[in-house]
Ligand binder design. Sequence first.
Ligand code: AMP
Ligand code: ZN
Ligand code: FE
Ligand code: FE
Length: 278
Amino acid sequence: MIDLHSHTNDSDGTLSPEQLVEEAVRIRLEALAITDHDTFAGYQRAAMRAANGGLELVCGIELSARHRGRSVHLLAYFLNWGPSKKFEDWVISLQASRRLRNEALIEKLCARQVPLTLEEVAAHGRGLIARPHFAAAMVEKGYVRLREEAFEKYLGESGMCFVPRDEPDLEDTIARVRSAKGLPVLAHPCRLKTQPDKLEAMLAEMCEAGLGGIEVYHSDHSSQQTELYNSLARRFGIARTGGSDFHGSAKPRVALGTGIGEALNVPYKILDDLRRAL
Ligand code: AMP
Ligand code: ZN
Ligand code: FE
Ligand code: FE
């Protein structure tokens, strides 16, 4: 079994990169990709520990991009040889847009009688600050009981304090990943909440732009969705990936490797095919 989608506390997961590697070794994963949001720091920290533990570690990153007015998550793999300075600088510029969003979000929350400081939020992460850290701080301060409630009421797209992030265009993001010699993959297509025919049209555009794969197996996918995404991968001749999207106790229902209710079991062959697709 492998897992090609996971987060450390270098983004919004709760395990350190070293702890994540240890957990992967403990459950005997054959390969693990770390795909933190907007940073390679977790992968880099985990690489040494993985080599010592005999775990095959795959370099990944998860980027948020904009396509026809909506936010789309893109996974990019195999940038471990040290992507170009240009790509790394661009990733750092994405972190800046996140900081601006975070400041605006603090202001909006304060205006809605949910006073929080950036320091209180930052205390729940290590460097990069994402919305789950806001949710954790809101639980700690007693504004909401559950993190999920923080998203529903305040932080989510329909929440009263939602602040959109300045996100790069999806076509541009795909092109940048390609020119840095990485493989761009559409993450959790179920989140697009799109009818099958619309999804097919969207995928056609994305493949035209250079998309190399689609995440077929994911904790949030039903077996029907997995079947649909498998057939779309075949139709467009792109690679298939799969992973749990593990975030540690930030998403307690999702287990590394096996996802929710042990429904996930991504075979090693998927990684072999992925390497060939590059
Ligand atoms: P950010 O990158 O800071 O916008 O935060 C995005 C992260 O928040 C995603 O990767 C999810 O892990 C989490 N997230 C987004 N929407 C929700 C939600 N409705 N409930 C729980 N977590 C969410
Ligand atoms: Zn996340
Ligand atoms: Fe995502
Ligand atoms: Fe993710």
